[in-house]
Design a protein around this ligand. Sequence first.
Ligand SMILES: NC(=O)c1ccc[n+]([C@@H]2O[C@H](COP(=O)([O-])OP(=O)(O)OC[C@H]3O[C@@H](n4cnc5c(N)ncnc54)[C@H](O)[C@@H]3O)[C@@H](O)[C@H]2O)c1
Length: 356
Amino acid sequence: MGIMKHKMGVIGFGGMAGWHYTVMEKYDRCEMKGVFDLDPRAMERAAEKGLYCYKSKEELLSDPEIDSVLVATTNDAHKSLVIEAMAAGKNVICEKPVTITSAELEEIMEAEKKYGKVFTIDQNRRVNYDFLLMKRTVEKGLLGDVYVIESRVEGSRGMPSGWRTLKDLGGGMMLDWGVHLIDQLMYMYSDQKVTNVFCKMYRIQYPEVDDNFHLTMMFENGVTAHIEVATNNYITHPRWYVLGKTGTLQIDDWGNTGKVVRCIDKEDKWAEEIVYTKAGPTKTMAPRNENSTETIMLEEKFDVPDDMRVVYDQFYDAVEGKADLTITSSQALRVMKVMEAAFRSDEKGTAEQVYI
Ligand SMILES: NC(=O)c1ccc[n+]([C@@H]2O[C@H](COP(=O)([O-])OP(=O)(O)OC[C@H]3O[C@@H](n4cnc5c(N)ncnc54)[C@H](O)[C@@H]3O)[C@@H](O)[C@H]2O)c1
């Protein structure tokens, strides 16, 4: 007899659930059994893949074979579906952003306690290799004490039309991408509070929601993070740019390669001479002596897949009682609160002092 697999039911079978289907085909602990979606076209796509098509969410939630439910609908529907699924005795994975507001998430957390089910969120970007490379390099101390982290995701094609352009459905780039980029840094500095949040949002293409934003958040350890999500940048910055007291890191793109330039000779004596450069006579901005820095090319291998299997593993470990969850609702609550501070900051045009 083969190993018993968990069986998952999916509510909302759009683009992201289709990606879950593909990843789950490579995953040995669970199989997708069936789906329910309000849109008949989504149900047709599910049927083509050989998935069972439930006639209602109630039929899916009362299927005793289903022990876990993935909620992958538009963001406005997450809260009620997650709570209904837990009330029906299912363990639940919810897509990000877990909810649109922290108050909605608090309702989910009440239900989590009430029904005693395992609940996690698909913060799959904690295992993106570019992020792991940045985190590992900083933690190795290769840059000395870090004081600035710049994290950017930039496109130029505008936002996709549809629900992402509508506020009531949880649209906008803060909830879509901001939630990942904030989560990465709050996970990296999980023992540090966020103390200040300043955000400027832009509504370039769509008037209702932020289609671009610049966020600055400060951690109590003195690290300032700049996060930019853009849909209108025709020239892009590197994915990561990090300043430490003795080195600078740059990772250009998604993936496991990048570089660090490290100081090996401070050259303090340079301050005595004026150097004539294109910028005019300057000491401060004069070029360095070549031998005073070293360039380290980064390339790391990681022993985890860069996809949702890591999210599933920690979920099914918790379902089977083998380990505690690593992606929890209380972590997501902190991220939601930072995003809410960002919205308040944008509205007022001032920084928000927080302790999150
Ligand atoms: N983790 C990630 O990297 C990632 C990437 C993309 C999207 N997402 C998230 O996944 C979710 C879905 O995004 P998408 O891009 O697949 O959107 P989508 O529009 O392609 O799919 C959403 C589907 O949900 C269905 N739906 C909406 N309300 C429903 C309800 N009450 N009951 C049943 N079905 C319902 C719609 O009919 C649609 O088929 C969002 O929360 C989004 O933020 C996560």
